[in-house]
Ligand binder design. Structure first.
Ligand SMILES: Nc1ncnc2c1ncn2[C@@H]1O[C@H](COP(=O)(O)OP(=O)(O)OP(=O)(O)O)[C@@H](O)[C@H]1O
Ligand SMILES: [Mg+2]
Length: 264
C-alpha cells in the first residue's frame, strides 16, 4: 500500500524541500516514488532539475481538482523520481480551497488514484494554510524539519497543535514520523535547540543534518544531494560527505522501510 509522507513546518527555510528531495532520491533506489511540490515557490520542482514548465503543463494546481486525473499531471525526472510540479499559479488554489467547504479532503481523494507508488512525498509550503492542512489530511506520516539555528519553541508548539487538530478532525491515522534537526553546527544555539527538541515527549528526534553549502549547490544544479556528491567529488570527499550529509537522511529512509515491515 502507498505510504504518504508530508514534510511540513510553517517556518520558512528550514530544509523542507532539501529533505524531501534527499529522502525521495534515496528511497527511489529500491522503491517507486512520487514527489508532490505543494509549494507555489516551486523549489522542489527546480531542485529536481525541472526548470521550464510549459503553459500547457498541468501542475499541483490541477491536482487539487477532483475532475482531473492525477496520473496525467505526473512528470518523470531523470532521477527515477516522479514529480507533480508546482509554480506560482498554485497560490491561487489556496484562495479557492478556502472558499470551498471540505476542500482539504480533495488531495487525499486524488492521491488514492496514484496507488501504483510505494511512496508519495509532499513538500509543503511555509505556512499552516489550506495546502499544508490538505497534505496533513492525506498523509500517513509527517516529518518535521527544524532549523537548529533559528529554533522557535513557540512555532514548534503551534505546528504540533495543528497536527493534533488534523488527527482529531480529518485524519486520525496521521503519525509524526519525527523531527529532523537541520543545519546544525557547533554553536551553543544549535546545541540548545537539540536539547529543547529532545524534551518533547512522544516525538522522535532524528540525527541532525549538519550545515553544508553542498545543499545549496545541489539545489542550484537541480541534482539530488546524494547524486551530486557522487558525481562531483573525489572518492575520499565522497565518503566523508556521504557519512556526514546523507547518513541522517538514510536513517529516515531506514525507519520508513522498517515501518513497512511492521505493517506487513
Ligand atoms: N543542511 C544544510 N546546510 C546548509 N544549507 C542548507 C541545508 N539544507 C538546506 N539548506 C539550504 O537552505 C535553504 C533553504 O532550504 P530549503 O529550500 O530546503 O528550505 P524550505 O524549508 O523548503 O524553505 P521554504 O520554507 O522557503 O520552502 C536552501 O538554500 C538550501 O539549499
Ligand atoms: Mg521549500
Amino acid at each position: 500500500m502507498t505510504k504518504i509522507v508530508a514534510i511540513a513546518n510553517q517556518k520558512g527555510g528550514v530544509a523542507k524541500t532539501s529533505s524531501t528531495i534527499a529522502i525521495a532520491s534515496l528511497i527511489s533506489r529500491g522503491k517507486t516514488c512520487l514527489t508532490i511540490d505543494l509549494d507555489p515557490q516551486g523549489n522542489c520542482t527546480d531542485g529536481l532539475g525541472v526548470r521550464d514548465i510549459s503553459d500547457d503543463q498541468f501542475t499541483a494546481y490541477n491536482l487539487l481538482d477532483l475532475r482531473q486525473d492525477p496520473n496525467a499531471i505526473v512528470l518523470s525526472t531523470q532521477w527515477g523520481i516522479d514529480l507533480t510540479p508546482a509554480d506560482i499559479g498554485l497560490a491561487q488554489k489556496e484562495v479557492e480551497l478556502i472558499a470551498a467547504p471540505d476542500s482539504h479532503y480533495i488531495l487525499k481523494e486524488q492521491l488514492r488514484k496514484l496507488s501504483q507508488y510505494d511512496y508519495i512525498f509532499i513538500d509543503c509550503p511555509p505556512s499552516l494554510g489550506r495546502l499544508t492542512y490538505s497534505a496533513l489530511t492525506a498523509a500517513d506520516f509527517v516529518l518535521i524539519p527544524v532549523q537548529c539555528q533559528y529554533f522557535s519553541a513557540k512555532g514548534y508548539k503551534q505546528l504540533l497543535s495543528t497536527i493534533q487538530a488534523v488527527q482529531m478532525r480529518s485524519n486520525s491515522d496521521l503519525q509524526i514520523l519525527g523531527v529532523l534537526p537541520t543545519m546544525s553546527d557547533n554553536t551553543n544555539i544549535s546545541k540548545g535547540a537539540l536539547v529543547s527538541l529532545s524534551k518533547v515527549e512522544g516525538v522522535d528526534v532524528f540525527h541532525s543534518v549538519p550545515r553544508s553549502i553542498k545543499f545549496t549547490e545541489s539545489q542550484l544544479a537541480g541534482i539530488p544531494i546524494d547524486r551530486y556528491i557522487q558525481e562531483n567529488h573525489s572518492t575520499k570527499e565522497r565518503d566523508d560527505l556521504t557519512e556526514k550529509l546523507i547518513e541522517p537522511y538514510q536513517r529516515i529512509v531506514d525507519r520508513l522501510l522498517s515501518l513497512e515491515v511492521a505493517y506487513a
